[in-house]
Design a protein around this ligand. Structure first.
Ligand code: 5RP
Length: 234
């Protein structure tokens, strides 16, 4: 009995020992197991950066990658991985990326790093979207994290007014996207129906795209927890 309690105590200590970065590293390692051959779609952000490090270790297996941002392209090239133009390839098996929030329905809220539009385009081409997250990103409902919306600069005020009408509070981010546009981070939206809200926001004239990834959800979620990496499939 005493031994049992001791083991539980040590297990508890080990669980607490992981930092968020360590969890991100673990989930990146788990994702690279899905890399077989061909061209890999690669996302943007700190979790994706850990994935790039793991991808570099198996780069002999692949032809190269498609990047969802200039930053990711630079990192990939820095590791000696060839970066392909999306227009020059027919398709790809997997796209691996993080998220700011994800639900049990595999709906995601993304764009914290401002790369949402290119992320959505590369994800659309991939057969399988593998979302890699630490457990802090797994939420019952999307929207605690402000929703990024990429907007053409001249449409800023018009789009902001429309977003206010939808119940949100848009805040201009001090940032220019890889596409030369602005980002409005929308606070306090009630996202009960992510598929509908994704479509509704995309209908506002001047919006390039928004950070809801619900119409095309993730196919596989690799979630790093204190008990190890858990796999969910849609
Ligand atoms: C970038 C994104 C990222 O996937 C998201 O912000 C998560 O980033 P991180 O892995 O650093 O927590 O959508 O546009």
């Amino acid at each position: 009995m005493v031994w049992h309690h001791y083991k539980e105590f040590v297990k508890g200590l080990l669980k607490m020992a992981y930092t968020q970065d360590e969890l991100k590293q673990q989930v990146a390692k788990a994702a690279v197991e899905y890399v077989k051959e061909g061209i890999i779609g690669v996302g943007t952000g700190s979790t994706a950066n850990y994935f790039i490090e793991e991808l570099a270790k198996v780069k002999h297996k692949i032809d190269g990658a498609v990047a969802s941002s200039e930053v990711t392209a630079q990192r990939l090239r820095g590791h000696g991985i060839e970066v392909f133009d999306l227009n020059n390839i027919d398709g790809m098996d997997i796209y691996v990326d993080g998220a700011d929030e994800i639900t049990e329905h595999m709906h995601m809220l993304k764009g914290g790093g401002g790369a949402l539009t290119r992320e959505k385009i590369v994800a659309a081409v991939a057969k399988t979207f593998i979302c890699i997250c630490d457990e802090s990103k797994y939420v019952p409902v999307l929207g605690k994290f402000p929703l990024p919306v990429e907007v053409l600069p001249m449409a800023r005020s018009q789009v902001a007014r429309a977003l206010v009408k939808m119940g949100g509070q848009p805040v201009l981010r001090d940032f220019t996207t890889d596409n030369g546009n602005i980002i409005l981070d929308v606070h306090n939206l009630k996202i009960d129906d992510p598929v509908k809200m994704e479509a509704d926001i995309n209908q506002i004239v001047g919006v390039v795209t928004n950070g809801l990834f619900a119409a095309r959800p993730a196919n596989i979620l690799l979630l790093a927890t204190a008990d190890g990496v858990k796999t969910f499939k849609k």
